[in-house]
Design a protein around this ligand. Structure first.
Ligand code: SAM
Length: 224
């Protein structure tokens, strides 16, 4: 069975119980935004998994999704989403679609989500899956470190790969009052950073805890 054939219909009572337990674990680990917890309780994470790993989908761990990439740990997804403070009707850009899981968590909070994936194989697979799930995200294949200038400005931008710096194209595509959540550091360890655009020219940066992400490739990341 491919991930594409695992449709929401395969979401069972057992899966829903596992999600409730996962959400309780995230709450114990410090996630407190009820809308974020509710979103993670709604999205069937197992649907985004390779068959070989599907039974582990409700562990609080990252897992391989092919092409050398990973689906992020639920705590990481919850932490980034909580920092983002998405309001209904806001326009959100995600860099690093990967499996599509984080994208679907964002769609629980606003219907206006754009997401870019660099890897063409993952992009094609995830686009097919999200179409089968009838999820209305706007998906693009390309270098997300440059953002999506044609669709800007965005209220919120989330980067789900580790960057060496704050990519200037992404800062420029934030509307005033909007924020960027991005892991910044070396290829081995990054600090979660939130940057709020206070005016056309001024940005305020806050640093949070350390994480470990796969590298953000592309022109404003670690390169091709
Ligand atoms: N958000 C994903 C999910 O929910 O499954 C997890 C993302 S995985 C940790 C990071 C993703 O970023 C990978 O799929 C990788 O191919 C992608 N990526 C890396 N550099 C990128 C870039 N410049 N533009 C777009 N995607 C990129």
């Amino acid at each position: 069975m491919s991930p594409q054939s695992a449709l929401p219909a395969s979401d069972s009572y057992r899966h829903r119980g596992q999600r409730r337990a996962l959400v309780a674990e995230l709450r114990r680990k410090g996630i407190h935004d009820e809308r974020v917890l509710q979103a993670l309780e709604q999205v069937p994470r197992h649907v985004f998994f390779e068959p070989a790993f599907r039974e582990h989908a409700y562990q609080d761990k990252a897992f391989p999704i092919g092409e050398g990439q990973t689906i992020s740990q639920p705590y990481t997804v919850a932490f980034q989403t909580q920092l983002l403070q998405v309001q209904p009707q806001e326009r959100v850009l995600e860099i690093g679609t990967g499996s599509g899981y984080q994208c679907c968590v964002l769609l629980e909070l606003t219907p206006h989500v754009w997401s870019i994936e660099y890897n063409a194989v993952l992009f094609a697979r995830t686009r097919r899956l999200l179409a089968q799930l009838h999820h209305p995200a706007h998906l693009f294949c390309g270098d997300g470190s440059l953002g999506l200038p044609d669709q800007a400005p965005f209220d919120k931008i989330i980067v789900t790969a580790g960057s060496p710096t704050l990519p200037r194209p992404l800062l420029r595509q934030l509307r005033v009052g909007g924020s960027l959540v991005i892991p910044v550091g070396t290829e081995h360890s990054q600090r979660m950073v939130r940057v709020v655009r206070e005016s056309e020219e001024s940005f305020v940066r806050e640093d949070f805890e350390e994480f470990r992400f796969v590298p953000l490739l592309g022109q404003a990341g670690w390169g091709a």
